[in-house]
Each structure stands twice: as structure tokens, then as C-alpha cells.
Design a protein around this ligand. Structure first.
Ligand code: GTP
Length: 276
């Protein structure tokens, strides 16, 4: 009874959290925050100089949350300013522009920068004391899109990060992202500062994720099956069977597995046509 009352009392105590934004310059970090906090979009680009800071209050799961948001400049020039702000962070909004491949490919470098600044405070392999929400932003610019959903989702989910398709311009995905992000941070705080195991459990293996990425980036059918050019029918069939079992849509829930499976089937058919 007492612990129940204590729990109810705790749930009414405001929670203070610190979140930061991360990602290349011009991907839309400031606009995502403005869209959520001020319900408006600013089309003109004004580079963040160093850090922008704001405080906001939100209500999540009957709990008042005081959020300190540090919007970090993406330009490399501001590295010295940024590096002060990584510590004691519970949540990261990690943003890339779906029309700019380089901003997606830079996500690993952003994690590396954070890791370097935090040192032993963070375990970069599972990052289980911080909630990450990846925003695949500018989905309104469909003509320029070059990073598709499954690619972004695979990268994010294989790290146990939340993934959202967003547009700060139209507002699509923004509220959903912040709701899920804050809610996961509350869960993390209630779980003693570690992400609950259920949130880390990703439902597919590293081998499946790596194979999908390799298939997506392969230069030809040999490469796709992971065999040397000139391999025999047996070698092709053996490699095919291994990948088919690994990526079969009935067994594999990793983002992009269906396309990867189809690509492997087509690669095998194309190779066997030309092997005696
Ligand atoms: N079409 C479109 N443009 C966007 C979107 N989000 C931001 N932009 C535009 O992209 C440009 C950069 O947006 P910012 O939010 O300032 O980018 P940032 O990531 O904070 O940039 P830095 O402060 O330099 O790190 C601006 O011109 C925005 O209007 C979006 O969802 N769709």
C-alpha cells in the first residue's frame, strides 16, 4: 500500500530531462524543434551559431516533464562549442535529410563525436543510457529523396534507436516523434537510467542487418551472393540457400529484408543462366 502511494506521489513529481539535437548542418534540426514547440515553420535558413537553448514543459503519462533542449549547430566549425554539451543527456534527436545521402552517412560520425566527448560515461555498443530518435527529415521533398525508409529504419533499429519519417515543413511525424521520444525517456528514467530490455530487443540479428546492407551496396550479382566471379553452380546455390534462409520474409523482420530477398533470387537466376 505504502509503495503504491509512494509511486503515485513520484509520478506527480516533475521530471527534469536534457535532450540535444545532432546531425549535419541544414538537415532541419532547429525547424523540427520550432515546429513542435512553436507550431511554425521557418523556410529561410539561419545557421545555428554554436548552441540554441530552450526550456519546455510537456505532460507524458500523467507526469510533468521539464525539458531542457540544446539545439546544436551542425557545422564542423562549431565542434569546440558543441563538445561541452554532450554530457548528462537523456535523449538525442538525430536528424538527417532524406535528400542528402551524405547527411545519412554522417550519422556514425555524429555518434563517434558524442562517444569521444563522453568517454566511459557511455557504452557506444548499446548506448543503453540514452534514448535516440532518428528523424529522416524533409520527406515532403519527394523529388529529391535518395535515402529510402528501409535504409534509414535498418540503420536506426539495428542500434535500438527510434525511427521517424518527418517533415518540419508540413509537420508530418513531428508530434508522433516527440511523444514517443519523451515517453521512452520517462521509461528510461523509471528504469534507473537504462533503456528497458524490451526497448533494446530489436527482433532481428546483426547478421541479417549486415547482409541486407551488403546486398543493397553490392556492385553485381556475384557480389550480391558473396561469391567470387566465375564461381561454380554449386557455390552459387550454396550461397543462395544461406541467404534465402537468413532473409526469407517469413523469418526475417529486418527493414528492407523483402527487397534484399528478391534481389538475391534475381541474382541467382541471372548467374545460373550463364554458368554451364
Ligand atoms: N522542405 C523542407 N525544408 C526543411 C525542412 N526542415 C527544414 N527545412 C529547411 O532546411 C533549412 C535548414 O533548416 P534548419 O532547421 O535551420 O537546419 P539545422 O539542421 O538546424 O542547421 P544548423 O543550424 O546549421 O545545424 C532551412 O532552410 C529550412 O527551412 C523540411 O522538413 N522540409
Amino acid at each position: 500500500m505504502e509503495s503504491h502511494l509512494q509511486k503515485r506521489k513520484d509520478s506527480r513529481k516533475p521530471l527534469r530531462i536534457k535532450v540535444i539535437s545532432m546531425g549535419n548542418a541544414e538537415v532541419g534540426k532547429s525547424c523540427i524543434i520550432k515546429r513542435y514547440c512553436e507550431k511554425r515553420f521557418v523556410p529561410k535558413y539561419q545557421a545555428t551559431i554554436g548552441i540554441d537553448y530552450g526550456v519546455t514543459k510537456v505532460q507524458i503519462k500523467d507526469r510533468e516533464i521539464k525539458v531542457n533542449i540544446f539545439d546544436m549547430a551542425g557545422h564542423p566549425f562549431f565542434y569546440e562549442v558543441r563538445n561541452e554539451f554532450y554530457k548528462d543527456t537523456q535523449g538525442v534527436i538525430l536528424v538527417y535529410d532524406v535528400g542528402q545521402k551524405e547527411s545519412f552517412e554522417s550519422l556514425d560520425a555524429w555518434l563517434a563525436e558524442m562517444k569521444q566527448e563522453l568517454g566511459p560515461q557511455i557504452n557506444i555498443d548499446n548506448l543503453d543510457n540514452i534514448v535516440f530518435a532518428v528523424c529522416a527529415n524533409k520527406i515532403d521533398s519527394t523529388k529529391h529523396r535518395c535515402v529510402d525508409e528501409s535504409e534509414g529504419r535498418l540503420w536506426s533499429e539495428s542500434k535500438g534507436f527510434l525511427y521517424f519519417e518527418t517533415s518540419a515543413q508540413s509537420g508530418e511525424g513531428i508530434n508522433e516523434m516527440f511523444q514517443a521520444f519523451y515517453s521512452s525517456i520517462v521509461d528510461l528514467c523509471d528504469n534507473g537510467g537504462k533503456r528497458p530490455v524490451s526497448a533494446i530487443n530489436i527482433g532481428f540479428t546483426k547478421e541479417q542487418a549486415d547482409s541486407i546492407r551488403r546486398i543493397r551496396n553490392s556492385k553485381d550479382s556475384w557480389d550480391m551472393l558473396g561469391v567470387k566471379p566465375g564461381a561454380t553452380r554449386d557455390e552459387v546455390n550454396k550461397a543462395y540457400r544461406k541467404l534465402a534462409v537468413l532473409l526469407h520474409p517469413d523469418k526475417c523482420v529486418a527493414p528492407g529484408s523483402e527487397d534484399a530477398f528478391k534481389a538475391v533470387v534475381n541474382a541467382r537466376t541471372a548467374l545460373l543462366k550463364n554458368i554451364k
